[in-house]
Design a protein. Structure first.
Ligand SMILES: CC(C)(COP(=O)(O)OP(=O)(O)OC[C@H]1O[C@@H](n2cnc3c(N)ncnc32)[C@H](O)[C@@H]1OP(=O)(O)O)[C@@H](O)C(=O)NCCC(=O)NCCS
Length: 177
């Protein structure tokens, strides 16, 4: 049987990935209420309402971590810089997604957080593979996924973006543990 801590914590060189607490809501809202962030994700609306962030925090705090594991990404000295989440999709396949606040882009944090998260997914979540997709017009995320060891499957599918209000061609990738 696979058992999980209620709120797992993942430590990397510069970051800690941990379950959310209520006090994270304001920092997350400040980072994620940005069209340039939301428009690169399927799930983030724009503008982002306080209830949207509170719902995410609630899911991180009280959800079933064997199905959906939502981590706040906290820099050891800078504080909250973003979020990363694993979930089982409608086909029961593990998927990962993440977003960093714009002030923290291009410092290697997403790659470091994703590598840490994948290590947790292999060792604790006991997954042998994880899927991800990035919008075709988001090469930075493709680069993050490649650096973390994902490979392109060759599939390009249309995925809805809540912020854009339309489907976006999405390049699918897979990581093998
Ligand atoms: C995509 C995102 C997570 C990247 O976070 P990050 O912390 O800046 O990522 P990293 O610093 O670890 O790596 C970024 C890489 O992309 C590269 N990059 C940045 N902009 C790029 C661009 N326009 N084209 C190609 N590569 C680009 C960087 O050079 C770096 O690669 P390198 O280390 O080989 O030089 C961040 O920009 C973000 O949150 N964007 C909005 C939300 C989002 O896209 N989420 C992912 C949905 S799939």
């Amino acid at each position: 049987m696979c058992t999980l801590d209620v709120t797992p914590t993942i430590g990397t060189e510069r970051l800690v990935l941990r379950g959310a607490v209520r006090d994270d809501a304001a920092a997350l809202a400040g980072l994620l209420n940005d069209y340039g962030v939301a428009s690169m994700t399927c799930t983030l609306p724009h503008p982002l309402a306080a209830e949207d962030v509170e719902d995410w925090v609630d899911r991180s705090m009280t959800g079933d971590w064997s199905r959906e594991a939502l981590f706040v990404i906290e820099h050891r000295s800078l504080g909250v810089v973003g979020q990363l989440g694993f979930k089982l999709n409608e086909r029961g396949r593990p998927e990962v997604g993440y977003s960093l606040g714009r002030p923290y882009w291009n410092r290697g944090y997403a790659t470091e957080a994703l590598r840490g998260g994948l290590s947790w997914a292999r060792r604790e979540w006991r997954k042998k593979l994880v899927f991800a997709g990035h919008f075709a017009d988001n090469p930075a995320s493709g680069q993050v996924l490649c650096k973390a060891g994902f490979l392109y499957t060759g599939d390009v599918v249309l995925k809805d973006s809540r912020a854009r209000g339309q489907p976006v061609p999405t390049r699918m990738m897979v990581w093998l543990a």
